[in-house]
Write a protein that binds this ligand. Structure first.
Ligand code: COA
Length: 198
Protein backbone atom coordinates (compact mmCIF):
# COMPACT_ATOMS: atom_id res chain seq x y z
CA UNK A 1 0.00 0.00 0.00
CA UNK A 2 1.44 3.41 -0.88
CA UNK A 3 2.41 5.87 1.79
CA UNK A 4 -0.64 7.73 2.92
CA UNK A 5 -1.87 9.99 5.61
CA UNK A 6 -2.42 7.64 8.52
CA UNK A 7 -5.17 9.78 9.91
CA UNK A 8 -6.95 10.19 6.58
CA UNK A 9 -10.68 9.77 7.03
CA UNK A 10 -12.33 8.05 4.06
CA UNK A 11 -15.24 6.62 6.03
CA UNK A 12 -18.63 6.39 4.46
CA UNK A 13 -19.99 4.55 7.49
CA UNK A 14 -19.48 5.98 10.95
CA UNK A 15 -18.46 3.65 13.80
CA UNK A 16 -21.81 4.49 15.45
CA UNK A 17 -23.76 3.48 12.33
CA UNK A 18 -21.70 0.30 12.04
CA UNK A 19 -22.40 -0.69 15.64
CA UNK A 20 -26.13 -0.22 15.02
CA UNK A 21 -25.96 -2.41 11.92
CA UNK A 22 -26.04 -6.12 12.60
CA UNK A 23 -22.63 -7.32 11.52
CA UNK A 24 -21.80 -10.97 12.09
CA UNK A 25 -18.31 -12.33 12.43
CA UNK A 26 -18.33 -15.96 11.43
CA UNK A 27 -16.18 -18.68 9.97
CA UNK A 28 -15.88 -18.44 6.22
CA UNK A 29 -17.71 -21.03 4.15
CA UNK A 30 -17.15 -22.26 0.63
CA UNK A 31 -19.70 -19.87 -0.88
CA UNK A 32 -17.73 -16.88 0.49
CA UNK A 33 -14.59 -17.60 -1.52
CA UNK A 34 -15.54 -15.44 -4.50
CA UNK A 35 -16.75 -12.50 -2.35
CA UNK A 36 -13.59 -12.57 -0.22
CA UNK A 37 -11.41 -12.73 -3.31
CA UNK A 38 -13.18 -9.76 -4.97
CA UNK A 39 -13.06 -7.67 -1.80
CA UNK A 40 -9.35 -8.35 -1.53
CA UNK A 41 -8.88 -7.51 -5.20
CA UNK A 42 -10.03 -3.96 -4.42
CA UNK A 43 -7.74 -3.70 -1.42
CA UNK A 44 -4.56 -5.44 -2.56
CA UNK A 45 -3.58 -4.22 -6.00
CA UNK A 46 -0.23 -5.43 -7.32
CA UNK A 47 1.37 -1.96 -7.33
CA UNK A 48 0.31 -1.46 -3.76
CA UNK A 49 1.35 -4.95 -2.66
CA UNK A 50 4.49 -5.62 -4.68
CA UNK A 51 5.71 -8.54 -2.54
CA UNK A 52 6.30 -11.45 -4.88
CA UNK A 53 6.15 -14.23 -2.34
CA UNK A 54 2.60 -13.33 -1.44
CA UNK A 55 0.12 -12.73 -4.18
CA UNK A 56 -3.57 -12.09 -3.82
CA UNK A 57 -5.46 -14.47 -6.06
CA UNK A 58 -8.41 -16.82 -5.81
CA UNK A 59 -6.04 -19.74 -5.23
CA UNK A 60 -4.65 -17.98 -2.15
CA UNK A 61 -8.16 -17.69 -0.69
CA UNK A 62 -9.11 -21.27 -1.59
CA UNK A 63 -5.85 -22.62 -0.20
CA UNK A 64 -6.30 -20.93 3.17
CA UNK A 65 -9.91 -22.06 3.28
CA UNK A 66 -8.88 -25.65 2.58
CA UNK A 67 -5.88 -25.87 4.88
CA UNK A 68 -7.00 -23.65 7.80
CA UNK A 69 -10.78 -23.19 7.71
CA UNK A 70 -10.85 -22.45 11.44
CA UNK A 71 -8.63 -19.43 10.86
CA UNK A 72 -10.62 -17.98 7.96
CA UNK A 73 -13.24 -15.55 9.23
CA UNK A 74 -15.54 -13.05 7.57
CA UNK A 75 -17.61 -10.07 8.67
CA UNK A 76 -21.01 -10.03 7.05
CA UNK A 77 -24.09 -7.79 7.06
CA UNK A 78 -27.20 -8.10 4.90
CA UNK A 79 -25.62 -10.98 2.96
CA UNK A 80 -22.61 -8.84 2.02
CA UNK A 81 -19.04 -9.67 2.97
CA UNK A 82 -17.52 -6.53 4.53
CA UNK A 83 -14.25 -7.92 5.79
CA UNK A 84 -12.14 -11.02 6.21
CA UNK A 85 -9.10 -12.40 7.96
CA UNK A 86 -7.11 -15.37 6.69
CA UNK A 87 -4.49 -16.93 8.91
CA UNK A 88 -2.45 -20.05 9.34
CA UNK A 89 0.05 -21.58 11.73
CA UNK A 90 3.76 -22.05 11.21
CA UNK A 91 5.84 -24.64 13.02
CA UNK A 92 9.48 -23.81 13.64
CA UNK A 93 11.55 -26.28 15.60
CA UNK A 94 14.29 -24.87 17.77
CA UNK A 95 12.45 -21.61 18.46
CA UNK A 96 10.88 -20.45 21.71
CA UNK A 97 7.23 -21.19 20.96
CA UNK A 98 7.66 -23.83 18.21
CA UNK A 99 4.25 -23.06 16.71
CA UNK A 100 3.17 -19.59 15.67
CA UNK A 101 0.00 -18.03 14.38
CA UNK A 102 0.44 -16.06 11.17
CA UNK A 103 -2.03 -13.45 9.93
CA UNK A 104 -1.73 -13.84 6.17
CA UNK A 105 -4.37 -11.36 5.00
CA UNK A 106 -6.83 -9.02 6.61
CA UNK A 107 -9.08 -6.64 4.72
CA UNK A 108 -12.09 -4.47 5.44
CA UNK A 109 -14.35 -2.86 2.84
CA UNK A 110 -13.14 0.74 2.47
CA UNK A 111 -16.46 2.22 3.50
CA UNK A 112 -16.37 0.23 6.75
CA UNK A 113 -12.77 0.92 7.71
CA UNK A 114 -12.24 2.50 11.13
CA UNK A 115 -15.50 1.04 12.40
CA UNK A 116 -13.73 -1.67 14.48
CA UNK A 117 -14.43 -4.46 12.01
CA UNK A 118 -10.75 -5.25 11.62
CA UNK A 119 -10.32 -5.39 15.37
CA UNK A 120 -13.35 -7.66 15.76
CA UNK A 121 -12.12 -10.04 13.08
CA UNK A 122 -8.67 -10.15 14.61
CA UNK A 123 -10.00 -10.70 18.17
CA UNK A 124 -12.04 -13.68 17.06
CA UNK A 125 -9.01 -15.14 15.32
CA UNK A 126 -6.82 -14.54 18.37
CA UNK A 127 -9.32 -16.39 20.59
CA UNK A 128 -9.18 -19.37 18.28
CA UNK A 129 -5.40 -19.39 18.08
CA UNK A 130 -5.13 -19.08 21.86
CA UNK A 131 -7.58 -21.96 22.33
CA UNK A 132 -5.35 -24.01 20.02
CA UNK A 133 -2.31 -23.43 22.21
CA UNK A 134 -0.62 -20.68 20.16
CA UNK A 135 1.47 -18.29 22.24
CA UNK A 136 2.77 -15.89 19.61
CA UNK A 137 1.19 -14.38 16.51
CA UNK A 138 3.11 -12.90 13.59
CA UNK A 139 1.86 -10.38 11.05
CA UNK A 140 3.79 -8.66 8.28
CA UNK A 141 3.08 -5.88 5.86
CA UNK A 142 4.88 -3.42 3.58
CA UNK A 143 7.00 -0.86 5.37
CA UNK A 144 4.85 1.97 3.98
CA UNK A 145 1.48 0.43 4.81
CA UNK A 146 1.08 2.87 7.70
CA UNK A 147 -2.59 2.08 8.10
CA UNK A 148 -1.89 -1.62 8.69
CA UNK A 149 1.08 -0.88 10.94
CA UNK A 150 -1.08 1.48 13.05
CA UNK A 151 -3.77 -1.19 13.14
CA UNK A 152 -1.48 -4.02 14.26
CA UNK A 153 0.29 -1.79 16.77
CA UNK A 154 -3.06 -0.83 18.24
CA UNK A 155 -3.81 -4.53 18.69
CA UNK A 156 -0.64 -4.99 20.72
CA UNK A 157 1.79 -6.14 18.01
CA UNK A 158 5.32 -4.86 18.33
CA UNK A 159 7.25 -4.05 15.12
CA UNK A 160 10.25 -6.39 15.15
CA UNK A 161 12.73 -5.68 12.41
CA UNK A 162 12.86 -4.53 8.85
CA UNK A 163 12.45 -7.24 6.29
CA UNK A 164 14.71 -6.44 3.38
CA UNK A 165 14.24 -8.17 0.07
CA UNK A 166 16.74 -7.98 -2.76
CA UNK A 167 16.55 -8.84 -6.43
CA UNK A 168 19.02 -9.84 -9.11
CA UNK A 169 18.14 -10.09 -12.79
CA UNK A 170 19.65 -13.21 -14.33
CA UNK A 171 21.00 -12.54 -17.81
CA UNK A 172 20.87 -15.55 -20.12
CA UNK A 173 24.38 -16.86 -20.83
CA UNK A 174 25.55 -16.30 -24.41
CA UNK A 175 25.84 -19.66 -26.18
CA UNK A 176 26.86 -20.40 -29.77
CA UNK A 177 23.18 -20.75 -30.63
CA UNK A 178 22.08 -17.43 -29.18
CA UNK A 179 25.10 -15.73 -30.81
CA UNK A 180 24.08 -17.16 -34.17
CA UNK A 181 20.51 -15.97 -33.61
CA UNK A 182 21.52 -12.45 -32.76
CA UNK A 183 23.90 -12.15 -35.73
CA UNK A 184 21.38 -13.33 -38.32
CA UNK A 185 19.05 -10.54 -39.56
CA UNK A 186 15.43 -11.38 -38.74
CA UNK A 187 14.05 -11.35 -42.30
CA UNK A 188 16.79 -13.74 -43.58
CA UNK A 189 16.48 -16.21 -40.74
CA UNK A 190 15.72 -19.76 -41.75
CA UNK A 191 14.34 -22.03 -39.07
CA UNK A 192 17.05 -24.34 -37.74
CA UNK A 193 16.23 -28.07 -37.65
CA UNK A 194 16.62 -28.23 -33.90
CA UNK A 195 14.12 -25.39 -33.48
CA UNK A 196 11.32 -27.18 -35.24
CA UNK A 197 8.36 -28.21 -33.11
CA UNK A 198 9.62 -26.39 -30.03
C1 COA B 1 -5.76 -2.59 8.14
C2 COA B 1 -7.27 -2.72 8.15
C3 COA B 1 -7.66 -4.20 8.05
C4 COA B 1 -7.81 -2.15 9.47
O1 COA B 1 -9.17 -2.46 9.59
P1 COA B 1 -10.22 -1.44 10.26
O2 COA B 1 -11.51 -2.16 10.39
O3 COA B 1 -10.22 -0.18 9.49
O4 COA B 1 -9.56 -1.17 11.69
P2 COA B 1 -10.32 -0.86 13.05
O5 COA B 1 -11.46 0.07 12.82
O6 COA B 1 -10.67 -2.12 13.75
O7 COA B 1 -9.17 -0.08 13.84
C5 COA B 1 -8.60 -0.55 15.04
C6 COA B 1 -7.50 0.42 15.43
O8 COA B 1 -6.41 0.31 14.50
C7 COA B 1 -5.85 1.63 14.27
N1 COA B 1 -6.10 2.01 12.87
C8 COA B 1 -6.84 1.35 11.94
N2 COA B 1 -6.83 2.01 10.76
C9 COA B 1 -6.08 3.12 10.96
C10 COA B 1 -5.72 4.22 10.13
N3 COA B 1 -6.13 4.31 8.85
N4 COA B 1 -4.95 5.19 10.67
C11 COA B 1 -4.55 5.12 11.96
N5 COA B 1 -4.86 4.12 12.80
C12 COA B 1 -5.61 3.13 12.30
C13 COA B 1 -6.57 2.57 15.19
O9 COA B 1 -5.86 2.63 16.40
C14 COA B 1 -7.91 1.87 15.39
O10 COA B 1 -8.55 2.20 16.62
P3 COA B 1 -9.42 3.57 16.69
O11 COA B 1 -10.28 3.63 15.47
O12 COA B 1 -10.18 3.40 17.98
O13 COA B 1 -8.41 4.68 16.73
C15 COA B 1 -7.93 -1.90 7.00
O14 COA B 1 -7.40 -0.60 7.02
C16 COA B 1 -7.70 -2.50 5.62
O15 COA B 1 -8.49 -3.33 5.14
N6 COA B 1 -6.62 -2.05 4.93
C17 COA B 1 -6.34 -2.52 3.55
C18 COA B 1 -5.79 -3.94 3.53
C19 COA B 1 -4.49 -4.05 4.32
O16 COA B 1 -3.62 -3.21 4.21
N7 COA B 1 -4.36 -5.16 5.10
C20 COA B 1 -3.20 -5.38 5.95
C21 COA B 1 -2.13 -6.18 5.29
S1 COA B 1 -2.63 -7.84 4.87
Amino acid sequence: MPAENVGEDKNLVTPEAATKQEITIRQMDIDDIAAVYHLGENLFTSEEFPILYRQWDSYEVAQHFTSDPRYCLVAEADDKILGFILATTIEKEGTAWKKYGYVSWIGVDESYQRTTLGRRLYSRLEDRLRDDGIRMIIADTEGDNYRAIAFFTNLGFVPRKEHVWLTKTLVRPITKRTKKRTRQPKQDRIEQPDELHT
